[in-house]
Design a protein around this ligand. Sequence first.
Ligand SMILES: [Fe+2]
Ligand SMILES: [Fe+2]
Length: 634
Amino acid sequence: MGSLICISGEIQQRDLDLLREVAGIHGFTVTVMSRDGIQGKRFEEDLPRGFFSFLPPSPDLILELFANLLLGSGECLPLFQRVGDEVPSFINKMPILGVFETPLTKAAVCSMLLAIVRSDAVNERNKAMVSAIVKYRNEKLDLVRIGTALSSENDLQKLLELILSTCREILCADAGSIYIRERKEHGGAFSDTLSFKVAQNDSADLGRMPEYSVPINCNYIAGYVALTARSLNIDDVERLDESVPYRAGRALMEKTGYRIKSMLTIPLKNHDGEVVGVLQLINRKNAPSVRLDKANTDQMVRSFSLSDEEFVQSVASQAAVSIERAQLYENIKALFEGFLGSSIAAIDERDRVTSGHSKRVMGFVNAFLDAAEKDPLCPYYELASSPDRRKQFQFAALLHDIGKIGVPEYLLTKENKLGQGEFESIMSRMDYVELLLALKPSNAPGWSSIEEVERDRELLKQVNECGRLSDELYRRLDELKQKIYITIQGQKKEFLSQDEWNKLSVRSGNLTPEERELINSHAVSTFRILSKIPWTGNLARIPEIAAQHHERTDGSGYPGKLTGDKILVESRILAVIDIYEALVAQDRPYKPRTSLKKALQILREEADRNHLDKNVVSFFIEKEIYRSPEKQSS
Ligand SMILES: [Fe+2]
Ligand SMILES: [Fe+2]
């Protein structure tokens, strides 16, 4: 505290001498300041203890005096103002400690100096109170800030990083770690070990820290804190009292040469008072920017204070609740993903022909997104770099065919135009015709010879298995349909029933329009099934993305006949991948595996016909997304 008394305004020599004399006795120095001297003067080191204003008493002049004095940190300077016979009314409203009249008397000067000394004491007390209030307020604000941040983070790993970094930042701790106590099984008892989960260190390069466990017992500090559920504040871990049972783990010190001195270890307790983890803060520094090494650690590191401990304990209770919530969230997520996995397995079980299709499609989707994420200029970068949209797309890819659960199994596994039983039934009929020709040709008027029967057998076989029915085969099939034979019951009948004709006469593929419609209905069923799941906001478009995977950009797809950009970008990507996967899948017995070259050519042709999105097809081919999906999906 300085000893300077400043004076401004017109002062008589006699008054100045008296002031200097009395002030000198009390250890004060008196300086007369001109108006210019006050202007912009910054008192930072030698802050005046008091100010005597001999200026004419006017509020404007006094305000100007205060405005011109750039005092250190908002200090309140005791000011005395000279007045005349009358005390001006503004005095009560101004920050003036007292008034005096001239000429000065020794008694008046003494009493003003005494008031200055008293004012200092009051100021000191006020300052201490204000700094305590500010500290308390900041801590509360920090707690609110931490609480808000913790309550909005559901990713356990990110949450732990956040808890640790925030505590370290506020307490100026150079390093720290968090251990978590896992449960033996979901909702079951806690295990008797702590799993090391996260470590941070400003001064040492921790590299990749391996996951390890610490037994909950008296031997190690973290284990001891978990066991006793009480915090430990250690000044120097290398100078532990011989009587305490615990020791500091030496792994970090041995690995990096880092010297641990002060350490604050706090149990993280849930609402039931159970320890769910341990938070450890290491080396409280004098300043955040300090980098510690072996040489400066003793000098730069101090102990954690009692108020540090109280603060971290307040954070710890919020952190423990957030950790339990994040663990619960992860369990629910795992449960849900397990449920999805079983649903997909159920579809695979019904349709062994396309078994694994959905997972392989998801593998290609991942590969597509990985490639897009590496290219900030590509049109899929935003999609690929948003974790929420990625997750949504992955689920949609995995579930895109879930509607097939409602399609009859014989349709899913149908290899030819006729089912096996239907074809055999026709062949038996042909045997009967052959028998009639041998025994009673008049009952098989449609055929003139056994050779003709054999030709018709071949025709049926060929038609049943062909993917595309030529005009010639169609004509011969039509002839066969109309051939007449007499049944055992003596009835005249056309050789093929209407149902058999409908199935065999399909010109392309092996499905009748009705069967095709039934299979196509899986897209609508996918939407219906997925819409029943209460997806969280960031996954809300899964039903739409999945249900649009058979839409085609020219509007020829189903179920919505959507065109161009009206189809979600995820669905346009899914459409390309779905077709490609179906083409190259090795496990479809009714269709030989399409070669890679041919499959890519088909994709290009489909894009040229405006069935598939040209840009998606180009990206898929250019970035070679079609390669090794198994590797990419793992
Ligand atoms: Fe599909
Ligand atoms: Fe599919």
